[in-house]
Design a protein around this ligand. Structure first.
Ligand SMILES: Nc1ncnc2c1ncn2[C@@H]1O[C@H](COP(=O)(O)OP(=O)(O)OP(=O)(O)O)[C@@H](O)[C@H]1O
Length: 343
């Protein structure tokens, strides 16, 4: 029987700005991640991906606040834990998180081995310095990273190597889930591929069991994840298998997101490239109906005014008032309009 390593129900979190306004960045998110599975989270900048990641880790420090909902990590309700319990029992062991631009946050005055020693001092204090070195060297070798990296300073490493090193350090305790926020952004294509390969190696060698990979580049997820969710304005608007989401998106936003990609990935052929007109709604005051309605060419009065619930069809979930048949019919009529097909 499969178990859920991550279970999120009705999660709402928000930022309280200095002007005392609330930004509803994660606004009623539900999803589960089964043990052994990989999940991609995609969406435009500002859709709430990073806030969702921070929220999942229980990182509630002003201006970020928890409003409601539950987060279970491997069966534990993390909202019931103290900050200390969260740090000693969950973070690093059950779940590890690599924030955006983590590679640039490494203290430049410390050699890489020092970061690993610091983790071990907290989690495995019984290990000697030599044992920590041997363990780190073995792990780096297994992941095809040179052990020379361990004695290097962060600034001596290239961007791609720094990112792979951060990933290796963050997973040294074999967490069950790794949440990686934009781990490939700001890297050249070769380095991006090396990072993806490293993620796959971590999964294959069971150093991690599950992965949540966040990116604004939806097609990249095809190579690493079983399923993808697309976020828009703080909500999940569609969830399906990676293949469904990339080759047969149903929600008009996912469809447009795929149509706006600049560099189609291997195995995909881009159609007419088209930017998504307009901008996402202001998350301080979200519209009552579908949040994408103002940018959607199919939107009606009902979309703008009525509450739009998630619905399931063909094993996927999407938030739109139209059924899949109607949407597909419209897409067929506009064929060539921003779709992506398998080559
Ligand atoms: N510290 C903050 N204070 C107030 N609002 C914030 C803060 N950080 C983010 N936000 C707002 O929360 C919303 C969600 O932002 P978030 O960074 O989670 O989006 P994202 O999808 O991860 O975007 P990106 O890909 O650019 O990181 C946005 O409207 C953003 O402006």
């Amino acid at each position: 029987m499969s178990t859920n390593i991550l279970e999120v129900k009705g999660l709402k979190t928000y930022y309280r700005t200095r002007l005392k306004e609330n930004v509803y960045a994660v606004d009623g998110v539900d999803f589960v991640l089964e043990d052994g599975k990989t999940l991609g989270i995609a969406g435009e900048s500002g859709s709430g991906k990073s806030t969702l990641a921070l929220s999942l880790m229980g990182f509630y420090f002003p201006p970020l606040h928890y409003k409601s909902g539950s987060i279970h990590i491997n069966g534990t309700d993390i909202m019931k834990l103290s900050k200390n319990q969260l740090r000693s029992q969950i973070l690093g062991r059950e779940i590890a998180y690599i924030p955006q631009a983590a590679m640039n946050a490494l203290n430049p005055t410390l050699k890489i081995i020092r970061f690993i020693e610091d983790i071990m001092k907290v989690h495995k204090p019984e290990l000697s310095k030599k044992q920590v070195w041997d363990m780190a060297a073995e792990r780096f070798q297994t992941l095809n990273l040179s052990t020379k990296v361990l004695t290097s300073y962060p600034n001596e490493l290239s961007g791609g190597m720094k990112q792979r090193t951060v990933i290796a350090i963050s997973t040294i305790l074999n967490p069950k889930v790794l949440i990686a926020d934009e781990p490939t952004s700001a890297l050249d294509v070769t380095s991006q591929k090396a990072v993806i390969k490293l993620m796959k190696d971590l999964l294959d060698k069971q150093f991690i069991r599950s992965l949540v990979f966040i990116t604004h580049e939806l097609p990249l997820l095809y190579h690493v994840t079983d399923e993808i969710v697309v976020m828009y304005a703080g909500e999940i608007v569609e969830r399906g298998t990676a293949h469904q989401m990339i080759f047969d998106p149903i929600h008009p936003y996912t469809k447009k997101l795929m149509g706006s990609i600049i560099v189609p990935e291997e195995g995909m052929k881009g159609h007419k490239l088209e930017a998504i007109p307009g901008a996402p709604p202001n998350l301080k005051k979200v519209p009552p109906g579908c949040r994408f309605a103002d940018r959607c060419s199919y939107a009606t009065k009902d979309c703008k005014e009525g509450k739009v619930e998630s619905r399931t069809a063909e094993g996927r979930l999407y938030r739109c008032i139209f059924d899949t048949q109607t949407l597909r019919e419209w897409y067929r009529k506009e064929q060539g309009d921003g779709g992506v097909v398998a080559q």
